[in-house]
Design a protein around this ligand. Structure first.
Ligand code: NAD
Length: 580
C-alpha cells in the first residue's frame, strides 16, 4: 500500500488566524460567506481541532480541507464569493463557483463519496494517496465541528436515557467503563459525571487525557488500573461523580478487568475503531511505536489493529456475559470485527452484534419525534451572545424541565472552545402557528440579532447524526423496523430538500463515524443575521430538516413518528401502508 502523508507545512494564513476571526468586521462580501469563512477557521482552531497542523479536526483523520493549498484556495474563494453565487467544494478542495441566486446556498460540499462497488477503505486510500479525495468525517469536512462541546449533549442524552431505562433516571453509584478520549470520545467522562456517575476511560495517548483534564472534561488520570478501580469504587460507594483516564490500551484494560473479576455497570467504547489504519491503536505498542509501524508497514499495522479490536470486542462480550450493560458507541467496532475477523469462522458462536448500538438502544425514540442536535455558534466570538441565547431558549420553552437542567449544567460545566457555542436537542413538534421547536428558537435568535441584543449573527448548524439525515446500518439506522437500514436515499433527499429550502451551506458525506462505505449523511447551516430573508429561510429549513426525521421514521412504520406526523401536520402519503 502506497501511503500519502498530508503533513505539509501549515499555510501562513492559518498560522496568522489560528482560529476564527471574531467581531463585526467582515473579510467576505456578506455574513453568509463570512459564516463559512469563520467556521472553517474555527474547525482548525488549535483549541477545537485535535491535529490542526495536519488539517485533522477529529474522528481519526476527519479533515476540514484536503491540503494546505486547498485551504488557502477555499479562504480566497470565500472572500470573493458574491451574495448570489454558490461555491462548490469537492472533498476539501474548491472546484467551482456559479452564479445561482440570493436565496440559494452559498456553499455546497460533497466529501468522501464513492460509487458503490468502489466504496471501501482500500479504494479510498488509493485515491487519497493521489490527492483526489479526503475523509470529511461528519462535521469536520462540513465545517460544523465545534469541539467536544458539540457532542457533549448527545452523549449526556444517551447516558440519561440509559439511566432512565435501567437505574431510575440517575447514574449515581454506577461505574461506566469506556475507551478513547479524543475529540468526540472526550465528552464521555463529563457526560457520565453530569449524570452523577463514575467513569473509567482507557486512552493510549497521554496527551489526550491531559487535554480533557485541562478543559474540564475529565477529573483525574493514572497509569495504574488497580488505582483507577479503587478510586472509582470509592466514589461510587459514596455516590460522588468521578472520572479517571487510564493511560493504557482499551482492549488490555477490559481484559485486565475480567481477570480481576471487576464488572462495571456499563461498558462501551469510543476509540476510533472505524479506521483500523489511522484511528485505532493496536495493543503492545506505545503511540510513537505504533505511528512508526503505520508508516513503515501499514499492512502489518492493520493486522495488529484488527487483532486487538477482536480481543476488545470479546472483552466487551465477556463483561456483558457477567452482567455489565454493553452498547456500541457509534465507532463500528462490532462491524469491523464482524467483517474482518468473524465472517470466515461460522463455528464461532460469539457474535459482535450481541450487544446493541446506541441508536436503537437509546436514541431512536427521539429521532421519531424529529429531535436532534441543534447547535448554534456566536460569530462575534462574544460569550455573552451565547448567554443571551441561553436565556432565550429557557424562556421560550418554560415547560421543558430536561432542557432547563441541560442548559444549567452546560453553563456551569462545559467550557467554550473556539467560537462560543451551545447545543440542545430540539424536535419537530409545532406550536399554534405551525412553527416547529427548532424554527421557534431560530426565529427568536434572529429577532435578538435584528434588535442588536446580540453583537453579530448566529449560525445554526447540527451534527450529521440527526433524525432524518443519515443512512448507517451499524449506527443511526441499525435494525430499522422495516429493514431499510442501508437505503441511502434518505440523507440524499435531506440534502436536496435543504438546498431547496435555501440553507446557507449544505453537505453530503460518506463514511463519517463508522468508516468509508458504511454510511451516507448530510448536514446544513443557517446564518441568522437578523434579516427578513434569514427569518424566511429559518422557517423553511427548520421545518424541512427535522421533518425529514418524521417522514423517514413514519415510512419505516414507527408509531411515534406516525403520531407526530398527524399531530404536527406533516404530510405523509400512504400512511396506512406504512403502518402495516
Ligand atoms: P479521535 O480520533 O479524535 O480520538 C480517538 C481516540 O482513541 C484517540 O485519542 C486515540 O488515541 C484513542 N485510541 C485509539 N485506539 C485506542 C485503543 N485501542 N485504546 C485506547 N485508546 C485508543 O476520534 P473521536 O472524534 O473521539 O471519535 C471516536 C470514535 O467515535 C470514532 O470512531 C468516531 O467516528 C466515533 N463517533 C461517535 C459519535 C457518537 O455520537 N457516538 C460521534 C462522533 C464520532
Amino acid at each position: 500500500m502506497d501511503r500519502q502523508t498530508t503533513r505539509e507545512t501549515p499555510s501562513e494564513q492559518w498560522q496568522a488566524f489560528r482560529g476564527s476571526p471574531t467581531g463585526t468586521d467582515l473579510e467576505c462580501k456578506g455574513w453568509r460567506q463570512e459564516a463559512a469563512f469563520r467556521l472553517l477557521n474555527n474547525n482548525l482552531d488549535p483549541e477545537v481541532a485535535e491535529r490542526p497542523e495536519d488539517l485533522v479536526v477529529y474522528g481519526g483523520t476527519g479533515r476540514a480541507a484536503r491540503s494546505w493549498d486547498a485551504y488557502d484556495a477555499i479562504v480566497e474563494e470565500l472572500r470573493q464569493l458574491e451574495n448570489d453565487e454558490t461555491l462548490l467544494v469537492q472533498s476539501g478542495k474548491p472546484v467551482g463557483r456559479f452564479r445561482t441566486h440570493e436565496q440559494a446556498p452559498r456553499v455546497l460540499i460533497a466529501n468522501s463519496n464513492l460509487v458503490g462497488k468502489w466504496d471501501n477503505w482500500e479504494q479510498f486510500h488509493e485515491l487519497e494517496a493521489k490527492g483526489l479525495i479526503m475523509y470529511g468525517q461528519m462535521t469536520a469536512g462540513s465545517w460544523a465541528y465545534i469541539g467536544t462541546q458539540g457532542i457533549i449533549q448527545g452523549t449526556y442524552e444517551t447516558l440519561a436515557e440509559l439511566a432512565r431505562q435501567q437505574y431510575q433516571g440517575d447514574l449515581r453509584g454506577r461505574i461506566v467503563v469506556t475507551g478513547g478520549l479524543g475529540g468526540m470520545g472526550g465528552a464521555q467522562p463529563l457526560a457520565v459525571t453530569m449524570n452523577n456517575g463514575v467513569c473509567i476511560a482507557a486512552e493510549v495517548d497521554e496527551s489526550r487525557i491531559d487535554r480533557r483534564i485541562e478543559t474540564g472534561y475529565c477529573m483525574d488520570k493514572t497509569e495504574n488500573l488497580d488505582e483507577a478501580i479503587e478510586r472509582a469504587k470509592e466514589a461510587a460507594e459514596s455516590g460522588e461523580p468521578y472520572s479517571v483516564g487510564v493511560h493504557t490500551n482499551a482492549a488490555d484494560m477490559l481484559e485486565a478487568m475480567l481477570d480481576r473479576d471487576f464488572i462495571p455497570d456499563v461498558v462501551t467504547d469510543q476509540t476510533s475503531a472505524h479506521d483500523e489504519l489511522e484511528g485505532y491503536y493496536p495493543s503492545g505498542y506505545t503511540v510513537a511505536e505504533a505511528d512508526a509501524l503505520r508508516n513503515e508497514n501499514p499492512e502489518q499495522y492493520v493486522e495488529h489493529s484488527l487483532d486487538t479490536m477482536e480481543r476488545h470486542v470479546d472483552a466487551i462480550l465477556g463483561l456483558q456475559e457477567k452482567g455489565a450493560i454493553a452498547f456500541e458507541y457509534g465507532n463500528n467496532i462490532r462491524g469491523q470485527v464482524n467483517e474482518h475477523r468473524r465472517k470466515a469462522s461460522k463455528s464461532d458462536d460469539r457474535n459482535p452484534f450481541d450487544f446493541p448500538g446506541f441508536v436503537p438502544a437509546y436514541i431512536r425514540p427521539l429521532f421519531c419525534q424529529g429531535k436532534g442536535p441543534f447547535r448554534w455558534v456566536a460569530l462575534s466570538g462574544n460569550p455573552e451572545d451565547i448567554h443571551t441565547t441561553d436565556e432565550a431558549v429557557l424562556e421560550l420553552f418554560p415547560e421543558k424541565e430536561h432542557l432547563h437542567r441541560w442548559i444549567t449544567l452546560a453553563q456551569d460545566q462545559v467550557s467554550f472552545q473556539g467560537l462560543p457555542s451551545r447545543v440542545c436537542w430540539l424536535g419537530y413538534q409545532t406550536d399554534d402557528e405551525g412553527l416547529t421547536e427548532r424554527a421557534q428558537f431560530a426565529l427568536c435568535i434572529n429577532e435578538l440579532v435584528a434588535k442588536g441584543e446580540i453583537d453579530a449573527p448566529i449560525v445554526v448548524t447540527r451534527d450529521h447524526l440527526d433524525a432524518g439525515s443519515v443512512a448507517s446500518p451499524h449506527r443511526e439506522t441499525e435494525a430499522m423496523r422495516d429493514g431499510s437500514d442501508a437505503i441511502a436515499d434518505w440523507p440524499i433527499l435531506n440534502a436536496l430538500l435543504n438546498c431547496a429550502a435555501g440553507a446557507d451551506i449544505v453537505s453530503v458525506h460518506d463514511g463519517g463515524g463508522v468508516g468509508i462505505g458504511n454510511a451516507v449523511h448530510a448536514n446544513n447551516h443557517v446564518v441568522l443575521d437578523g434579516t427578513d430573508r434569514a427569518r424566511e429561510t429559518a422557517k423553511r429549513v427548520f421545518t424541512t430538516d427535522p421533518g425529514m426525521g418524521i417522514i423517514r421514521h413514519a415510512d419505516a412504520g414507527y408509531e411515534t413518528a406516525l403520531k407526530e406526523a398527524t399531530r404536527s401536520n406533516v404530510h405523509v402519503p400512504m400512511q396506512q401502508q406504512n403502518r402495516e
